[in-house]
Write a protein that binds this ligand. Structure first.
Ligand SMILES: [Zn+2]
Length: 452
């Protein structure tokens, strides 16, 4: 039993003062406001729930900051970045993946994410024809060592494009046929154990054909698990889909599949007005990754129109160009302000943007990660973040503006501790295994050679 006192806490019902948390076997067993701090195991200034990072490619952490120079051709785009990413993927073995993922996950924890959906298509080690589960084990090992909650999302990648039925070049490192993929999914589900949720995924409409996607959707329905899919991230994908399928990607998907709240569509950047409304009405969660979408020059999601039609959202750090949920939320709002030339766009249900953004992605992330409960309430997993209430960023704020301050007034986070499933994983602002994780990450980069 761990007993925490918080001078202020954001519970699922709203802000409360002087809250005692009882935590037993990894779950919140008691939550009582208006208590005293006497004899608590830990006294916190502010406690908020941890967020789910609903879209991660952990290995791409090793590419962050290494693709920002103009290429000789001067025509840099998502597609030229993808070539660099493929080069990294082709060098990845299980040992490297475990070390890089552990670094990414420890950074996630230190910035306030307590769980992650790993969108995983690196099914083969570098130089190996086998897809024997070594890379899946590496992801589980990294999550276990760092302590982050893992939703493993194995992803099918089977072809190079809408009219290219086979994988090409380095795509062969992650391509599987649908039967082998479903076998891997079944095996992963069996051995995942209590600490790991398992979802299922298809890379994108361009990389997975209709028949295979139907099989994946059926598997998701049978197992009652989330189905993750990249969609409409780049205009070129929309143009190719129009040319081969005769429909825009989101429109084609909604016409051919029973998209519901089990689906997590990643990006959905390029939608017309009907797609935006119909996707919002479907109940699906859209996972937005603003720092990656900006870094890759994807475009801007029609957030306001999607939300006023009832759309659900989550956030992800995707390529890990930045790992900071509050920065994702800040840029989510700022992109809309810049485009619309106005302020306070995501203030549709609450007048404070920080609170509304945080609440929306807390709920959407829990759905995308197959978590049975949302936020801090009795019975939920004890996944929480403690903040220094005397930090200049937060001092003097009450519940009405605390999340506005956290989202908008800086990138340095006043995080003191982070707990996942009842265990402290971050103490005094640092991941408890920070030194060892960093050393293994540095050694891995050296072993991989210059990642260019
Ligand atoms: Zn992605």
């Amino acid at each position: 039993m761990t007993d925490i006192f918080a001078r202020k806490a954001l519970l699922q019902k709203g802000w409360a003062d002087n809250v005692r948390f009882g935590i037993n076997a990894g779950r919140i067993t008691d939550l009582t406001p208006n208590k005293s701090p006497e004899s608590a195991d830990f006294v916190a200034g502010i406690v908020i729930p941890g967020l789910c990072n609903a879209h991660s490619h952990a290995f791409q952490r090793a590419l962050a900051g290494r693709t920002e120079e103009r290429s000789p051709a001067g025509q840099d785009s998502f597609w030229t970045w993808r070539e660099r990413m493929y080069e990294l993927a082709a060098r990845m073995d299980a040992e490297s993946l475990a070390a890089i993922a552990a670094q990414a996950y420890s950074e996630m924890l230190a910035s306030g994410y307590t769980s992650v959906a790993e969108f995983h298509y690196l099914h083969r080690e570098s130089g190996s024809e086998q897809h024997d589960g070594a890379m899946f084990n590496a992801i589980c090992q990294a999550a276990n060592n760092s302590g982050i909650g893992l939703t493993y999302v194995p992803v099918l990648y089977e072809r190079a494009g809408f009219d290219k039925p086979k994988p090409e070049g380095q795509q062969k490192f992650f391509a599987l046929d649908v039967e082998s993929f479903l076998e891997h999914h079944a095996r992963a589900s069996e051995i995942a154990g209590d600490r790991v949720c398992v979802g299922i995924g298809a890379h994108s409409l361009r990389a997975v054909g209709k028949e295979s996607l139907l099989e994946i959707a059926a598997a998701a329905t049978d197992a009652k698990i989330p189905l993750h899919l990249h969609i409409a991230e780049q205009q070129r994908e929309v143009d190719e889909c129009l040319s081969v399928y005769g429909r825009r990607p989101v429109s084609w998907l909604l016409d051919n599949f029973d998209v519901d709240n089990r689906w997590c569509l990643v990006h959905a950047t390029h939608m017309d007005a009907d797609e935006t409304k119909n996707l919002a009405n479907s109940g699906a969660v859209v996972c937005l990754c603003p720092s990656t979408e900006a870094n890759l020059g994807d475009g801007l999601f029609p957030l306001h129109d999607y939300l006023i039609n009832g759309g659900q959202i989550a956030i992800g750090s995707d390529s890990h160009i930045s790992i900071n949920p509050f920065e994702e939320l800040r840029w989510l709002e700022y992109g809309q302000r810049l485009a619309a030339q106005c302020r306070n766009v995501v203030s549709l249900e609450q007048s404070h943007v920080g609170h509304e953004l945080f609440s929306r992605v807390l709920t959407g992330g829990a759905s995308a990660c197959a978590q049975e409960s949302v936020g801090l309430q009795v019975g939920a997993s004890a996944d929480l973040v403690t903040l220094y209430d005397a930090d200049p960023m937060l001092v003097g704020h009450d519940g009405t503006t605390l999340l506005d301050a956290l989202v908008f007034s800086g990138y340095r986070l006043p995080i003191e501790r982070v707990m996942v499933g009842g265990d402290w994983r971050v103490v005094d602002g640092k991941h408890v295994d920070q030194e060892d994780t960093r050393a293994a990450y540095a050694a891995t980069l050296e072993r991989l050679g210059a990642v260019q």
